[in-house]
Design a protein around this ligand. Structure first.
Ligand SMILES: [Fe+2]
Ligand SMILES: [Fe+2]
Length: 295
């Protein structure tokens, strides 16, 4: 702070030198000058004290600002965790309506994130992808239990009602007032049954008209359906397969056969480039499902 007052110090020093060099100390002008100098010194001292005080206040303000920022950050973090646990609980409830689909949305999300990470998506994009995966089947809440929990193959009408879950996903998530960064999730989540050749549902979109994150979730969705136990048969194009979990290699073969017609080539290329890591993840998630849901 001393450097701030170099001029003032110099003035005081010069004034003192003048007073000391004047021989006649009884000179009234000198005594007036000396008293002015004393006043000037007092003001100078007070000014220094005030600046010191305001520095301290500024420091205290900065500390308060820092602690406020930390508090805000923790609040945002807490809100984020509460939001995620709310969505996870919601989807777990729907998946758990049927023991064989328990944990499905969670696993699809993990497969989606696996693909997303290998595509080097940003943290914010992965967050969007995560909630798209978690919410993709939320529309099953609109499917009557008698159909949702039916053992065996659906007839045509049941299939139509079941397929409606994708539209329900849109309606439900659209009404959720999700944060601004998640504004595209309703449409992306609703499009997880669209196919590249336009034969999917609910909008019969083709190729790149299907949102990219929906194409990622579509692969994760089918991969989980094939590698998990289901109480309705699995299908390989027109062929009906059995109910048991399939080996990952068999699931890869089926997904490969859906290249371009069902799945995005780029997405399945990423999946196949990291087959062995995906197999480890699948093994881990299926073991977890066995422990948590006894399936
Ligand atoms: Fe679905
Ligand atoms: Fe699904």
């Amino acid at each position: 702070m001393e450097s701030l007052f170099l001029n003032e110090q110099k003035t005081i020093q010069e004034a003192e030198e003048i007073i000391n060099t004047v021989e006649n100390s009884n000179n009234p002008l000198i005594s007036k000058f000396s008293s002015l100098l004393n006043n000037y010194k007092r003001i100078y001292k007070q000014l220094k004290r005030l600046i010191k005080l305001s520095d301290k206040q500024q420091q205290r303000l900065n500390e308060n600002k820092e602690s406020l920022e930390i508090e805000n950050y923790e609040l945002v973090l807490e809100l984020g965790q509460a939001f995620e646990s709310f969505i996870r609980t919601l989807t777990t409830t729907i998946d758990a309506k049927h023991p064989f689909t328990a944990g499905h949305s969670h696993r699809v999300t993990e497969y989606g994130l696996f693909i997303g990470r290998n595509l080097k998506l940003s943290h914010d994009e992965l967050e969007v992808l995560k909630y798209t995966g978690l919410l993709h089947d939320i529309g099953k809440i609109g499917v009557p239990d008698v159909i949702l929990t039916k053992k065996g193959r659906f007839n045509e009408e049941e299939r139509r009602v079941m397929n409606n879950h994708a539209s329900w996903t849109y309606r439900i998530t659209e009404g959720m007032r999700l944060p601004k960064a998640f504004k595209d999730i309703p449409r992306m989540a609703a499009c997880h049954h669209e196919k590249m050749d336009g034969s999917g549902y609910p909008y019969c979109l083709e190729g790149e008209k299907i949102p990219f994150f929906s194409r990622i979730i579509a692969v994760g969705d089918v991969f989980d359906a094939l590698t998990s136990l289901r109480d309705y048969p699995k299908y390989d194009q027109e062929k009906t397969l059995d109910f048991d979990p399939m080996s990952t290699q068999k699931a890869f073969d089926i997904i490969e056969r859906g290249r371009k017609s069902h799945f995005d080539s780029g997405v399945i290329d990423v999946l196949f480039e990291h087959k062995s890591d995906l197999e480890d993840l699948c093994f881990e998630l299926q073991n977890k499902a066995f422990v948590e849901h006894k399936i």
